[in-house]
Design a protein around this ligand. Structure first.
Ligand SMILES: [Zn+2]
Length: 96
C-alpha cells in the first residue's frame, strides 16, 4: 500500500471589477502611485489543486506596485473612495 500525501494549497483570483476609467487609476496611500484598481477577489484552499473551501470572497482595491489592499463592500463604498481621491488629486494638482 502506498502513501499518497494530500497536497493542500491556496489559490487566489483577481478579476477586474469594472472597466470604467473612473475606477482605473486610484491613489495608493502606501506607495503614492495612481495604479490602484478595484478587483473581485476569491481565495480558496485547494486540495490537489482543486479549489475546495473559500476563505475570502469579496471586493478589494489593489495596488499592483506594492500589493496594498483594502476591502470594500459595494458600489457605494467604492464611490466614497473615489470621492476621497478627488480631494487628493485636487490637492496635488494645485500650486503647493
Ligand atoms: Zn502601492
Amino acid at each position: 500500500m502506498s502513501f499518497v500525501p494530500i497536497i493542500c494549497g491556496k489559490q487566489d483570483w483577481d478579476k477586474d471589477y469594472a472597466q470604467t476609467q473612473q475606477y482605473s487609476s486610484l491613489y495608493c496611500p502606501n506607495c503614492h502611485n495612481f495604479q490602484v484598481r478595484p478587483v473581485k477577489r476569491r481565495e480558496f484552499i485547494t486540495i490537489w489543486f482543486i479549489p475546495v473551501f473559500p476563505i475570502f470572497w469579496g471586493k478589494q482595491v489593489v495596488c499592483p506596485i506594492c500589493n496594498w489592499r483594502q476591502d470594500f463592500k459595494n458600489d457605494e463604498q467604492l464611490q466614497k473612495i473615489v470621492r476621497e481621491q478627488e480631494h487628493i488629486r485636487a490637492g496635488k494638482a494645485g500650486p503647493g
